[in-house]
Design a protein around this ligand. Structure first.
Ligand code: UD1
Length: 425
């Protein structure tokens, strides 16, 4: 296990380059299973979730190699199994995309019940309902999901909840189905549009991604020998925007898509920060005040749940009382107990947390409970008085590429201690 030791009291200043989006990459890599031949993906984040996914794809018969630090060459010509290894797939949530992709390609998929971050109940009933509507039989037992069919036939599908995963999974399953599928009440996150753009670039016929209704006209094949570049990461961008405010800093964030950040940009301006947008850059500058604000997380274009903990760190230092209402995941306030160890005054109950702003955070031993909580606590360590030990950083490595290097370039003092023995220290 690795941990970070962070010397605090840092005002973050400088430039940072955003990587490709984790949540797009973990969907587009399985989507290559639908392609005949070779796909080259660029701007792929070099993170542990992507590496695990590549290993799983190799077990299915794909040939995968990194041709540069951020480019993956994926050859799916010789896929020879529809049984994704259960131990590996149950390790992370996005393995559910293998169901839609394998079902679309081979009419059968077996995947371990997906794991992932510890955010509360994470049902996949909407995915299953969709696969069944396309004609698949789905069995969930003994920790695995098995979906089989003779053929997939397009159908109208109305989702009861707005789900990123179910939307993408049903796009994957219906791209090669016979006839037309209409998905209603879908999610509109930027990575959904990116998955649709990728599939259309190899010959799919998907219309309406980014709106409430997506129409997919099934095609007979998707063509290989194509290169596609993954969209910049919305959540990594937002993490650095929050870090600029929390540290009273000034960060120029490059290679991002500012329109994807509208909900956070509005809140930073409401808090009194300065936001300057030019082309694919956002500069966020602290302007001597952090006003309290209230937020409620919601599907895109609402405020992203995946930026709630990072904004929570900023609000723990605001000039007054703020309220966050978590609208997506029931257990997303675990990080507030860690911030309270650092002197924050947060009362979390159910899906609501009240943040009474304090002047300073102070160092403490703290534990990440999930990926975004980990990023939030890293920011907290960077700004706190004293030396913070941050544990469970494997969660952060799942979704942030070279995070300590990026923060160090902005002035943070972070050391990674690899394979430490906690009791020896
Ligand atoms: C994705 C993101 C995750 C983010 C979340 C919400 C990936 C790999 N992960 O997760 O980082 O926090 O979107 O933006 O992209 N639900 C159901 N039934 C279902 C599916 C979902 O009830 O079949 C509920 C969930 O319990 C949750 C809500 O719908 O309350 C949203 O979940 P969903 O959008 O599916 O999240 P994920 O795709 O798992």
């Amino acid at each position: 296990m690795d941990k970070f030791i962070i010397e605090g009291n840092t005002v973050l200043k400088g430039e940072v380059e955003i990587s490709g989006a984790k949540n797009a990459a973990v969907a587009i890599i399985p989507a290559t299973l639908l392609v005949n031949g070779i796909t080259t993906l660029e701007n792929v984040p070099n993170i542990s979730d992507v590496k695990i996914l590549c290993e799983i794809m190799k077990k299915l018969g794909a040939k995968i190699s990194w041709i540069s630090e951020h480019s993956l060459k994926i050859d799916t010509t010789h896929i020879n199994s529809t049984n994704a290894p259960l131990d590996m797939t149950s390790k992370f949530r996005a393995s559910y995309y293998l169901i839609g992709a394998l079902l679309g390609r081979a009419k059968r998929a077996q995947v371990g019940l997906p794991g992932g971050c510890n955010l509360g109940a994470r049902p996949i009933d909407q995915h299953i309902k969709g696969f069944e509507a396309l004609g698949a039989e789905v069995d969930v037992s003994q920790g695995k999901i098995t979906a089989t069919t003779k053929k997939l036939v397009g159908a109208p599908i109305y989702f009861d909840v707005v789900s990123v995963g179910a939307t993408i999974n049903l796009i994957l399953a219906s791209v090669l189905a016979e006839g037309t599928t209409v998905l209603d009440n879908v999610a509109k996150e930027p990575h959904i549009v990116d998955v649709a753009n990728f599939l259309n670039s190899v010959g799919a016929d998907i219309r309406g991604a980014g709106t409430d209704t997506i129409k997919i006209n099934g095609v007979t094949a998707l063509n290989g020998n194509h290169t596609y570049s993954v969209v910049p990461d919305q959540i990594e961008t937002g993490t650095f925007m929050c870090a600029a405010m929390a540290s009273h800093g000034d960060i120029l964030i490059k290679n991002c898509i500012p329109e994807h950040m509208d909900s956070l940009t509005a809140k930073i301006i409401e808090m009194g920060g300065e936001v300057d947008i030019k082309d694919d850059t956002i500069r966020v500058k602290y302007n001597n005040v952090i006003n309290p604000v209230n937020i409620k997380t919601a599907p895109y274009p609402g405020f992203p749940t995946d930026l709630q903990p990072q904004l929570g760190v900023v609000l723990s230092l605001a000039n007054g009382t703020s309220i966050i209402n978590e609208g997506i995941w029931e257990s997303r306030f675990q990080y507030t107990a860690e911030l309270n160890k650092m002197g924050a005054k947060i009362t979390a109950q159910g899906t609501t947390a009240i943040f009474e702003g304090v002047e300073k955070l102070v160092a403490a031993p703290i534990y990440a409970s999930d990926l975004r909580a980990g990023a939030a606590l890293l920011i907290a360590g960077i700004i706190a008085d004293g030396e913070t030990q941050l544990y469970n950083i494997h969660y952060i490595d799942r979704g942030y590429e070279h995070i300590e290097e990026k923060f160090k370039k902005l002035g943070a003092k972070i050391s990674r201690i690899s394979n430490y023995d906690d009791y020896a220290n």
